[in-house]
Design a protein around this ligand. Structure first.
Ligand SMILES: *Cc1c(COP(=O)(O)O)cnc(C)c1O
Ligand SMILES: [Zn+2]
Length: 502
C-alpha cells in the first residue's frame, strides 16, 4: 500500500525519521559513553554495556493503541527498511536513517500453533516461533541486521572507513555475520572463529559459502571467545558477538513480534527460550520491558530460560533461592546436542542478573524462571515436535522439554499459553537426528534412542530382481515392467497395503 492511501491520522507516524539519543551504559559503574565509537566493554571498569535511549520518554507520549496501529499499518508498507526488525525502528535503532538499514529478510518468523496431539502430550496450549526461518536459518540474523545496519550507517555517513568484522561462534553467529558482511562488500569483510569440530557441517558450510575468512580453533566456544576478545582489544576490528550491545537491540524484535502477533495481550503468555551466551534471553527481557514502559503492552509475559544439564551455569546460579547468596560460577561444560548453547561462561550473565531484577520488580512478582533439562529430553522432544509437523532444531526441543519441566514444577499451569523458541532450523542440526536414529550417539551425551521415535530409510532391492536402473542407464521394455512390478509389490508389502478391488 502507498503512503497516500493510509488514513490521515497515521501517515505522519509511518515512516520514522532518525530520533532519540542512544548511549552505551555500563552495567558495572553506570558510566555513559557515546555510540560514535564502537565499544564492547566499559573503558573504565571492563563490564558489559547495554544501549539506552536517553530520550525514551518521548515514546510514551504516543499512546499504546496508536502504537498498535502504527505497527499494524507498517506491515502493509512496501519499504524494505521497515519490512524486517525495523518495523519497530523507534525501539531498535531510532538514530539509524532508513537508507542505512540492511534488510535481508530477517524477522517476522511464524508462530505456529502445535496440533492437538502435541499440545496434549505437552500438557498445555502452545506455539512454536520458528526463528529457523530467518535468512541464515537462526535468530542470530535479528541481532546481525541491527549491528550491521549501525556499522553501515557509520560507513555511509563517513564516520568509519573499512571494517573487518570478527566473531567467535558456536556456528550460527558466524553464519549470520558472514552473510550480512558479504552483502555489504566491499566496505565490510568478516572473519569468524569456530571451535574445531564443535559446529555442525551445515553451520561450517555457511560462513565458507558467504566468503568469510574461517578459522577453526582448538577447544570450545569459551576459548574462541577469549581469542576474539583479545583481537578486539588489540586490533582495529568490529566485534560482532552479543557482547556488542547492538546485537541485543536487534534481538529485542523477537519480543516485539510476539506482542504484535498476540494482539499485545501478554497477561497469560509464557515465553520459553534456550540460554547459551545469554544474549537472547537478555534481549527478550529488555524488549518486553521497553514495550511495557511505552504502554504498548500492559503485562509482562512469564519467561522461562532453559539450559541442558550439560551446560547450565545460569540455571545453577538461580537455583540458589536466596538472592544474597547467589554467586556466579563459570562451568566446565559437557557435550550437548543443543550445541549452540554449549557455553560455560555466558558473556551476558551480568545483563541477565540486572534485567531479571528489573523485570520481576516491574511485574510486582517473579516472572522469570530457569529450568534444567536432560540431553535425553531435548532429543526426544525435538523428534516428537518434528513428527507432529514442526521444523524445530535441538534448541527448540530443549525449549519444549523445558516447558514440560516448568509445568511439572508448577511454574506454569495449563491455563497459560506458551510461545516456544525454535532458535534455528532443524536442518542445521540434522546430524544429531542421524546419530539418534542410527543409535550412534556418543556416550558423553547420555542419550538412548527411544524406538518409537527412531525412523530409518528402508532399502528396497528385491533379491529376485535381475536388472536395476542406474543414472544414465534406464531400463526399458520388459526389464522396466518387471522392475516396477517387483519394487511396487515390495513397498506395498512393507506398508501392509490392501489391494484395490477391481
Ligand atoms: C546462539 C544460539 C543459542 C543461544 O543463544 P544465546 O543468545 O547465546 O543465549 C540458542 N540456539 C541457537 C540455535 C543459537 O544459534
Ligand atoms: Zn564501567
Amino acid at each position: 500500500m502507498k503512503l497516500d492511501d493510509f488514513p490521515d491520522h497515521i501517515k505522519s507516524y509511518l515512516i520514522p525519521e532518525p530520533s532519540g539519543q542512544l548511549i552505551y551504559r555500563c552495567l558495572g559503574c553506570q558510566s555513559e559513553f557515546s555510540i560514535r565509537k564502537l565499544l564492547y566493554t566499559c573503558p573504565e571498569c571492563g563490564q558489559v554495556l547495554l544501549i539506552q535511549d536517553t530520550r525514551f520518554d518521548r515514546l510514551k507520549k504516543i499512546n499504546g493503541q496508536l502504537w498498535h496501529q502504527i505497527f499494524d499499518y507498517r506491515r502493509m508498507l512496501r519499504l524494505p527498511a521497515l519490512k524486517g526488525i525495523y518495523r519497530y525502528h523507534e525501539f531498535i535503532g531510532p538514530v539509524i536513517p532508513l537508507q542505512a538499514i540492511v534488510y535481508l529478510g530477517e524477522g517476522h518468523t511464524p508462530a505456529v500453533e502445535a496440533n492437538t496431539r502435541l499440545q496434549e502430550k505437552a500438557g498445555i496450549r502452545f506455539y512454536y516461533k520458528n526463528d529457523g526461518q530467518n535468512p541464515s536459518a537462526s535468530f542470530k540474523d535479528r541481532g546481525m541486521a541491527s549491528a550491521l545496519s549501525y556499522i553501515n550507517f557509520l560507513i555511509t555517513s563517513g564516520q568509519l572507513k573499512h571494517v573487518l568484522a570478527v566473531c567467535a561462534s558456536t556456528g550460527d553467529t558466524s553464519a549470520a555475520a558472514a552473510l550480512y558482511a558479504a552483502y555489504l562488500q566491499p566496505h565490510i569483510n568478516s572473519a569468524v572463529l569456530l571451535p574445531h569440530k564443535k559446529v555442525t557441517p551445515q553451520q561450517l558450510s555457511q560462513p565458507l559459502g558467504s566468503g568469510a575468512k574461517v578459522y577453526e580453533i582448538p577447544g570450545v566456544f569459551d576459548d574462541c571467545m577469549k581469542v576474539v576478545e583479545a583481537l578486539s582489544e588489540n586490533y582495529e576490528v568490529a566485534l560482532l558477538n552479543s557482547k556488542n550491545a547492538w546485537r541485543i537491540l536487534g534481538q529485542e524484535s523477537y519480543s516485539y513480534e510476539i506482542a504484535q502477533e498476540f494482539e499485545y495481550d501478554m497477561a497469560d503468555k509464557v515465553v520459553v527460550a534456550p540460554i547459551g551466551n545469554a544474549g537472547n534471553i537478555t534481549a527478550i527481557m529488555s524488549g518486553f520491558i521497553k514495550f511495557l514502559q511505552a504502554g504498548i503492552i500492559s503485562d509482562l509475559p512469564k519467561i522461562i530460560g532453559v539450559q541442558s544439564h550439560h551446560a547450565d551455569p545460569v540455571y545453577q546460579y538461580y537455583s540458589e533461592p536466596d538472592p544474597a547468596k547467589r554467586r556466579f560460577k563459570p562451568q566446565t561444560i559437557k557435550p550437548s546436542v543443543a550445541q549452540a548453547a554449549m557455553i560455560g561462561n555466558p558473556v551476558s550473565m551480568p545483563r541477565v542478573i540486572k534485567l531479571v531484577d528489573v523485570y520481576n520488580d516491574l511485574a510486582g512478582r517473579n516472572r522469570v524462571f530457569f529450568v534444567q533439562v536432560t540431553e535425553q529430553a531435548i532429543m526426544d522432544w525435538q523428534l516428537t515436535a518434528n513428527q507432529n509437523g514442526h521444523v524445530a532444531c535441538t534448541h527448540g526441543g530443549e525449549c519444549l522439554a523445558g516447558l514440560t519441566v516448568a509445568i511439572d514444577r508448577k511454574l506454569v499451569d495449563n491455563t497459560e499459553i506458551a510461545v516456544v523458541d525454535s532458535t534455528a532450523h532443524a536442518l542445521k542440526f540434522a546430524g544429531f537426528q542421524d546419530l539418534y536414529f542410527e543409535d550412534k550417539m556418543p556416550q558423553d551425551y547420555g542419550v538412548t534412542p527411544d524406538k518409537n521415535l527412531v525412523n530409518r530409510p528402508v532399502y528396497i532391492h528385491p533379491k529376485n530382481l535381475k536388472h536395476v536402473p542406474e543414472p544414465g542407464r534406464p531400463l526399458k521394455g520388459g526389464e522396466l515392467d518387471e522392475f516396477i512390478k517387483t519394487v511396487s509389490e515390495a513397498v506395498a508389502s512393507n506398508l501392509d497395503l490392501e489391494a484395490k478391488i477391481k
